[in-house]
Ligand binder design. Structure first.
Ligand SMILES: [Zn+2]
Length: 218
């Protein structure tokens, strides 16, 4: 072979090798979903559990506890979005239960974490310091609140919606003023809110002990 043909052949092989690498990297990112466990958690075909980062869904009933309002609808929305699909994961780490914490993308490239917030089917729940993700999800949440989508019309009209709340700046959790945890927040870390809407609009999420979120039967 002359030198020109050699160079051409070498380039072809290099190209084929790079294509193979790119395909493998692409394929490694995509996973098959088995089902949505609730509005913020998926089980993969591999059996692994994936917790969608930056969001929280109303709780389905378990351990004798009744389901929270909109829990079943929230799960149904996530199930609808992932139904029979492959999804792409951007894994951010693990949550305190050892589950994969991830940003999840559908086949059309849409971020499912954001899609769920935009539908008013989950609320923003900061897990870790990812300000870019938090800002993006919070913008979607403010829009869903303004447009009264999903659970927002009912949540923002609860009798408790006009109460004042107090939040912890560092963890972005908010409490009713009567919650035992509220009195433990240091003055420096304390953030007051005039209403439930203003607490959610700031990206704070409700304390699980004193949450004003209603049960599904009420
Ligand atoms: Zn509380």
């Amino acid at each position: 072979m002359n030198p020109k043909a050699w160079r051409f052949s070498a380039l072809l092989w290099l190209g084929a090798f790079l294509c193979l690498l790119a395909t493998r990297a692409w394929a490694a990112d995509w996973v098959q979903v088995r089902a949505a466990v609730d509005g913020d958690t998926l089980v993969l075909a591999s059996g692994q559990t994936v917790r969608l980062a930056g969001i929280d869904a109303p709780e389905l009933g378990h351990d004798g506890q009744p389901a929270q309002y909109y829990a079943a609808q929230s799960r149904a929305e996530l199930q609808r979005l992932v139904d029979g699909q492959m999804v792409r994961l951007q894994v951010l780490g693990r949550d305190r239960y050892g589950r994969m914490l991830a940003v999840v993308f559908g086949r059309d490239g849409a971020m499912l974490n954001e899609r769920m917030v935009a539908l008013g089917a989950v609320f923003v729940f900061p897990h870790k310091d990812d300000e870019a993700l938090f800002d993006r999800l919070l913008s979607a949440q403010r829009l869903a609140m303004d447009r009264e989508l999903g659970f927002w019309p009912r949540i923002l009209r609860l009798p408790a919606a006009s109460e004042r709340y107090v939040g912890t700046r560092s963890s972005r959790r908010f409490h009713r003023l009567s919650c035992p945890y509220a009195s433990r927040i240091s003055a420096r870390n304390r953030q007051y809110f005039a209403s439930l809407r203003s607490a959610f609009a700031a990206g704070y999420s409700p304390c699980r002990t004193c949450t004003p979120w209603p049960h599904s039967s009420r």
